[in-house]
Design a protein around this ligand. Structure first.
Ligand code: SF4
Length: 301
């Protein structure tokens, strides 16, 4: 039986053991995404528990010292709490595990509820990677994210209560040129409220079709003029505006993806001035220097 790996994992999980619980994304509707179909995984399925246990046994032979494990793909909580708890129990039996993480949609967390989240936390799930994307409901609706700022506030509170760390992803450029300030101000407000352990910044990239699958669904919106993509410089201004409005204390902010125009990271609030200064210094450079930099980074997915 072949060992299966998740299609995508967070960059921060590069050293983690990877166990695939589900395939693809059950939601698959976000306009800005389309990444699973693009990577030849257009459907969604829950893998049989026997196959998952087989992969755990295989990993335990190769890397018995594994202390961190990430469960894939996009929203493995769709497999149901009983399955997740059985997997967690087995993982903690087989490995000297310190950290067990997965992606989760806010709507899935809301659906399973606080009590079930507490059960998962008791079983050892101790960090959730959540696509926050924006704190602005108009943008979230248009992008078909299937969540609201209120929902994120609520589930973030539940996770905090039961001791599960929250690692959120913010997508610069998601409001386009028209709504960029609304996007950033509402996102900063939401981040200030929920103070996640990690804030991870990404830049919206409208990737084209390739041999493996279709391009980003938002491309059609951009082609028809219904969505006006943010400029490269505008994306950096978004980063600057975000930093200027972050009041959260104790979150670690990082641009830990290759497609960010500027790589900053540090603790809030301790490193905020340094990060602000870095962005200010970048923006103060001559236009041709910045343009060359934007072109160099351009399309890293
Ligand atoms: S952003 Fe997440 S939930 Fe939305 S389609 Fe992509 S993988 Fe699925």
């Amino acid at each position: 039986m072949p060992f299966e790996q998740p299609t995508i994992r967070p960059p921060s999980e590069w050293r983690s053991g990877l166990i695939r619980v589900t395939r693809g994304c059950n939601w698959n509707r976000c306009r800005f995404c389309g990444i699973y179909p693009h990577l030849a995984e257009p459907g969604f399925s829950i893998r049989p528990l026997t196959d998952i246990f087989h992969d755990i046994d295989f990993l335990s032979l190769r890397r018995p010292e594994t202390e961190a494990i990430f469960l894939g793909d996009a929203d493995p909580l769709q497999a149901g709490p009983a399955t997740l708890i059985a997997i967690a129990n087995y993982l903690y039996k087989v490995f000297p595990l310190q950290r067990l993480t997965c992606y989760a949609r806010a709507s899935t967390l809301k659906k399973i509820g606080r009590a079930t989240i507490a059960e998962l936390a008791a079983a050892g799930l101790n960090r959730i990677h959540l696509g926050l994307e924006s704190g602005n409901d108009e943008i979230l609706r248009y992008q078909r994210k299937g969540q609201s700022a209120k929902m994120v506030r609520e589930v973030a509170g539940w996770l905090r209560e039961v001791g599960v760390e929250l690692s959120v992803y913010v997508l610069l450029g998601l409001g386009g040129e028209r709504l960029w300030q609304n996007h950033i101000l509402a996102t900063a407000e939401l981040l200030n409220d929920i103070t996640p352990e990690f804030i991870r910044l990404r830049r919206l990239w409208l990737f084209p079709p390739s041999f493996s699958g279709p391009g980003c669904p938002l491309l059609d919106e951009a082609a028809s003029g219904r969505f006006m993509p943010q400029t490269a410089e505008g994306t950096v201004l978004e980063l600057q505006l975000l930093l200027q409005n972050l009041k959260a204390e104790g979150s670690f902010l990082t641009c830990d993806h290759e497609n960010n125009y500027i790589k900053i990271e540090g603790m809030l609030q301790a490193d905020l001035k340094r990060m602000n200064d870095q962005v200010g210094a970048f923006l103060a450079q001559p236009t041709e220097v910045k343009e060359a930099h934007y072109l160099e980074i351009d399309a890293r997915i």
